[in-house]
Write a protein that binds this ligand. Structure first.
Ligand SMILES: [Zn+2]
Length: 245
């Protein structure tokens, strides 16, 4: 099959510049969509919220452990006090034998020592719990701030996405309308060049192609100027359809 280059009314050819402009706007909008600064903020913010949430869970677990230890200690202190009271009551009642008396006095002394030790431990636990409480409150404050920042970034991203998607939809509709009114072979040629990721149509500005910004050589220019106005001509450097002014 012999390849016949398309021909088209120069005014129709000119409309390819509008299609190329729309395609560039589409590329820019698509790039903007994937490179929004909010996307990096959201990734970092999500990691930060996860980290703080884990820290809060760890702090809550530590506080739970401390409370359990404190309750156990309180029970031990109560038991020691009850035992000491029992001994004291028996001593006061004067019911003990001489040997028992000595044992009981020993026991009362050692119970008092034990009680003091347990109460010191309880105090230490209380101090540790205060430190843990303060740390948890700090983590929760940071978590609240980090969540609000993340939510803000997500809202800004969603708003930007909505704007960009509106623009992309307008571009698609405008492009379809422009190409619908063109000869099929010209539209197909444009799409074929475009599909290689290139600017598919541009002005020929003097000897310069506005798609690749290269100057065409004399023989290429001569051929272009010799061709008819309906002939579709292309850049010898980048392949773009060139629109002559
Ligand atoms: Zn070119």
């Amino acid at each position: 099959m012999v390849h016949v280059p398309p021909k088209a009314d120069p005014f129709v050819q000119r409309r390819l510049l509008d299609v190329a402009r729309i395609d560039q706007a589409t590329s820019a909008a698509t790039h903007r969509r994937t490179s929004l600064p909010e996307l990096a903020l959201i990734a970092a913010g999500t990691a930060r919220v996860d980290e703080l949430r884990n820290n809060a869970v760890l702090a809550q677990t530590e506080i739970g452990d401390l409370d359990r230890a404190a309750r156990k200690l309180d029970q031990e202190i109560d038991a020691v006090r009850a035992r000491a009271k029992l001994d004291a009551d028996r001593l006061a009642a004067g019911v003990a034998q001489a040997k028992d008396l000595e044992n009981m006095q020993h026991e009362i002394v050692s119970l008092a020592r034990r009680q003091a030790t347990l109460e010191d431990e309880a105090l230490e636990l209380m101090e540790t719990r205060e430190v843990a409480d303060t740390a948890l409150a700090g983590t929760e404050r940071e978590l609240t701030i980090a969540r609000a920042e993340l939510e803000g970034a997500q809202q800004r991203r969603d708003a930007a996405f909505a704007d960009i998607d509106d623009e992309l939809q307008r571009c698609r509709a405008e492009r379809r309308d422009l190409l619908d009114g063109m000869p099929a072979d010209l539209a197909a040629l444009y799409e074929q060049i475009r599909s290689r990721g290139r600017v598919a149509a541009a002005m020929l500005n003097g000897s310069r192609c506005e798609a690749c910004r290269m100057d065409l050589d004399r023989s290429a220019l001569g051929e272009i100027w010799a061709s008819g106005v309906e002939d579709v001509v292309r850049c010898t450097e980048c392949g773009a359809i060139l629109i002559r002014s």
